[in-house]
Design a protein around this ligand. Structure first.
Ligand code: HAM
Length: 438
């Protein structure tokens, strides 16, 4: 019988076995972020709806169709965050971070919410690893960002990733480009999908985001799509050239994609994405770019910034598909009590847990039941709190992998156990066998 309640559509439970991979990946990413000098920032899961409407763009899909928007009991119009950038820049301005240091390197990780149509790699609650470098307009900041993105993926074992990039220039450049696109698409007329015709009116760059196969065939037929790069002003052109030169110097592989426009409206100049085709339609492993006008749009002083978000769920899907091995969990000890040493065994378990993974039998069962539980637990060592040994200041330690047993003093027991756990298990004996009865 199906259970009465299930996780809401588009959300998932991450069970302990899934989270081992997630936590490993998080730890790897943190290491890279620290080495790049990034510091964590945590912003609320919800913000004023207006913040997202202003930053992502009123006509973006995120605002139009995908926002979890609600009124709280005080009548405030709020929304669950669909991304991090708006909240991070809001916090930067609210706390006057610009006055404290010129450049801030900030990272965040956590759930974001978009009401899209769920499918493989696309969820309504998903996780992003988000990075922002706020306060520098230099092309070197864009280069650092892209290299960081690639290095996080390399720490997860992805090699040979290709970054696709484009420049989105300034708002005026994009308006001019929108006109070019309209001219280019004019001969297609009614043959364009209804969605794309609508976008051609409200936000013509978004037409290039279409997934409609007939639209894509039409683009082929029309040929020679206008290129935004051809319309860049001198400043944007110099910035673009410097970004490409920096990427080459750092050895980051890239391709230019003239159709890359991104789904959020705050971008200026550099925009980039990384894809993994094995993911099918939802292939973007992450993306980002520069947003030099965003702080002003939110009422702050002019503040350049560049950032990216990695779709954590998608990265983990690829790792799962590859069945990438995880480092084995740290082996531990199982503390077994005799009839007369149950209290002593409890105290010993708690003391050992200050130093290493330790387990005991919760149900105060017979010694033979404890032996079976120890075998199933995956513990490497069995610590037997013997009625004869305990008063002498000793316990019996059995190595379940090697099959050896010895009496060990209680003084310094944790260190002695740790030293034994650090030794490699004997060859050819995978995992702990069932413990024998004593
Ligand atoms: P975005 O491209 O909208 O950028 O999202 C980044 C990544 O989040 C995507 O490339 C994808 O991997 C993942 N993602 C997006 N939607 C979903 C979904 N429904 N399910 C699973 N994964 C998804 C941003 O969010 C920008 N804030 C990035 C940025 C930071 N730009 C500058 N700074």
């Amino acid at each position: 019988m199906a259970p009465k309640f299930q996780a809401p559509r588009g959300t998932r439970d991450l069970l302990p076995q899934d989270l081992e991979r997630w936590q490993w990946a998080e730890a790897q990413a943190r290491g890279v972020l620290e080495r790049y000098g990034y510091r964590e920032i945590r912003t609320p899961l919800f913000e004023e709806f207006e913040l997202f409407a202003r930053s992502s763009g009123e006509s973006s899909d995120v605002v139009q169709k995908e926002m979890y928007r609600f009124n709280d009991l005080g009548g405030r119009e709020l929304a669950l965050r669909p991304e991090f950038t708006a909240g991070v820049v809001r916090a930067y301005l609210e706390h006057g971070l610009g006055g404290r240091a010129r450049v801030h390197r900030l990272w965040s990780m956590g759930p974001v919410f978009r009401y899209g149509r769920p499918q493989k790699g696309r969820y309504r609650q998903f996780s992003q690893l988000n990075c922002e470098l706020v306060g520098s307009a230099a092309p070197g900041a864009d280069v650092e960002m892209i290299a960081l993105f690639v290095d996080v993926y390399e720490a997860w074992g992805f090699h040979g990733l290709t970054v696709v990039l484009n420049s989105l220039g300034q708002p005026a450049t994009r308006r001019a480009y929108g006109d070019r696109l309209r001219e280019w698409l004019a001969p297609a007329g009614e043959r364009l999908s209804a969605d794309s015709r609508q976008r051609l009116v409200t936000n013509p760059l978004r037409v290039l985001d279409t997934k409609d196969a007939d639209d894509l065939a039409l683009f082929e037929e029309l040929g020679a799509m206008p290129r935004l790069l051809d319309l860049l002003d001198a400043g944007d052109r110099a910035h673009w050239d410097a970004v490409l030169a920096g990427l080459e110097a750092m050895g980051v592989r890239y391709e230019i994609d003239h159709g890359l426009v991104r789904g959020l409206d705050y971008y200026t100049r550099t925009a980039f994405e990384v894809h993994d085709r094995s993911l099918g339609a939802q292939s973007a492993l992450g993306g980002g770019g520069r947003y030099d006008g965003l702080a002003e749009e939110l009422g702050g002083p002019p503040t350049p910034g560049v950032g990216f978000a990695i779709g954590f769920d998608r990265a983990m899907l690829v790792l799962e598909q590859r069945d990438a091995p995880l480092p084995a969990a740290a082996p531990g000890v199982f503390v077994a009590a005799m009839e007369g040493t149950r209290a002593e065994a409890l105290a010993l378990t708690r003391a050992l847990r200050r130093a290493l993974p330790a387990e005991n039998d919760l149900e105060a069962r017979s010694f033979s039941a404890q032996m079976k539980a120890a075998g199933r637990s995956g513990a490497r060592l069995l610590v037997i709190v013997g009625e004869a040994e305990w008063p002498r200041g000793e316990v019996v330690v059995k190595d379940l992998a090697a099959g050896t047993q010895e009496t060990v003093p209680r003084a310094g027991l944790a260190e002695a156990l740790r030293a034994r756990l650090a030794q490699a298990p004997p060859a050819g004996r995978g995992g702990a066998p069932e413990a024998e009865e004593r």
